[in-house]
Design a protein around this ligand. Structure first.
Ligand SMILES: Cc1cc2nc3c(=O)[nH]c(=O)nc-3n(C[C@H](O)[C@H](O)[C@H](O)COP(=O)(O)OP(=O)(O)OC[C@H]3O[C@@H](n4cnc5c(N)ncnc54)[C@H](O)[C@@H]3O)c2cc1C
Length: 330
């Protein structure tokens, strides 16, 4: 059988880079810490390390959802989403460990005990710069973490979960500032501060570019509209979407878009649906099973309804096959 060289994924290389970044963060703490004295010092330094790693992972969590084409198409949206979920869990654990250890460390250094952690936290929020904002950001992280627990997520409509998840941006913004104003490592090393600004600045630029400007450009260029809605079987419809020069989008069979239909009641939600036919110059097709609000309303779409799409995303295309003959089951 003819062998085909599949398109290589840069996943392994990226994971090495992420590991190197984490090692760099620990190295930053190491170079700024000549010695660690006493119980309070040990606890406080554990708080510093967890805080630095949480700050680093937070930037990666946002980067993973910036819809960067190299990640979405070469690594694959499903894999990136799994990385995002895993990094999100680690970030939340590190944030909570950082808060607890730092407050406990301060309490011990002030001659108090573990039981005074809550009082110490309130006092620190009142006295230290930007800690009030960080406390609200931490609360948002906890809320996002709770809605992402499998059992909770399955009970939530996709829209609710998605919009709560968007609060991640607010949480990251609110917790960013205290890292620089109260973080010892950034106070003693201005170069580290510059690197941190660079990291967060680059991630922000990627988010603005790929999540806002790129979709605006795509939709202004292709001007998509619903052509027809076809009932395939009860509860399953195909939506045919027309537009200008759709073949220039670079979409391939096996990929998906996030679709927003500008019809009453549907404007504020965008949902992922895969292409169910290979793209043609003036036509795309999706086929959807009604399982909730959005998917059930697609059958009511009128021809001519404006469509706003983001994509194409996904790496499971013909480029992934390693042999000439492939059987795909959907
Ligand atoms: C990359 C991708 C491609 C997809 N392609 C297609 C497609 O081609 N055709 C199709 O019919 N569906 C597809 N889906 C699923 C589709 O996005 C959801 O069914 C739809 O968004 C549900 O929205 P709703 O408002 O109708 O239902 P909701 O009321 O939001 O959800 C109803 C129930 O389904 C669960 N649910 C919703 N979305 C998902 C999800 N993405 N994963 C797991 N559980 C979920 C909810 O937790 C809830 O229990 C795809 C999903 C992804 C992630």
């Amino acid at each position: 059988m003819r062998r085909i060289r599949p398109r290589r994924s840069p996943a392994a290389l990226l994971l090495v880079a992420v590991g190197a970044g984490a090692a760099g963060v620990v190295w930053l703490w190491w170079t700024n810490t000549p010695s660690v004295a006493g119980n309070g010092g040990r606890i406080l330094n554990a708080g510093r390390i967890t805080g630095l790693l949480a700050g680093y992972l937070m930037a990666l969590v946002v980067l993973q959802m910036a819809r960067v084409p190299a990640l979405e198409r070469r690594v694959g949206s499903d894999r990136v989403a799994r990385w995002h979920a895993m990094s999100g869990r680690y970030t939340l654990c590190l944030v909570l460990a950082h808060v607890f250890l730092t407050m406990w460390g301060y309490a011990v250094q002030a001659g108090r005990s573990l039981g005074d952690v809550v009082g110490q936290t309130v006092q620190s929020v009142e006295q230290l710069p930007d800690l009030g904002k960080a406390a609200i950001g931490t609360g948002l992280f906890v809320l996002i973490g709770l809605t992402s627990i499998g059992a909770v997520r399955r009970r939530l409509p996709y829209d609710t979960w998605y919009h709560v998840h968007l609060l991640t941006y607010a949480a990251v913004f609110l917790t960013f500032w205290h890292q620089l104003t109260t973080g010892n490592d950034f106070a003693v090393q201005p170069a580290a501060k510059t690197v941190w600004y660079g990291l967060y600045g680059a991630v922000t630029a990627l988010v603005v570019w790929y999540r806002i400007l790129t979709p605006v450009r795509l939709n202004l260029k292709h001007r998509m509209r619903v052509e027809a809605v076809i009932e395939e079987t009860p509860g399953i419809v195909s939506v045919l979407i027309g537009g200008r020069k759709l073949h220039r989008m670079g979409a391939e069979a096996g990929q998906f878009f996030r679709w927003r239909f500008l019809a009453p009641g549907m404007r504020f939600s965008s949902h992922p649906y895969s292409l169910s036919a290979a793209p043609r110059p003036g036509l795309l097709r999706i086929t959807v099973k009604a399982i909730g609000d959005h998917s059930a309303r697609l059958r009511e779409l009128e021809p001519g309804t404006r469509v706003w799409a983001e994509g194409p995303y996904g790496a499971l295309t013909a480029a992934r096959r390693s042999r000439g003959k492939v059987l795909l089951v959907a």
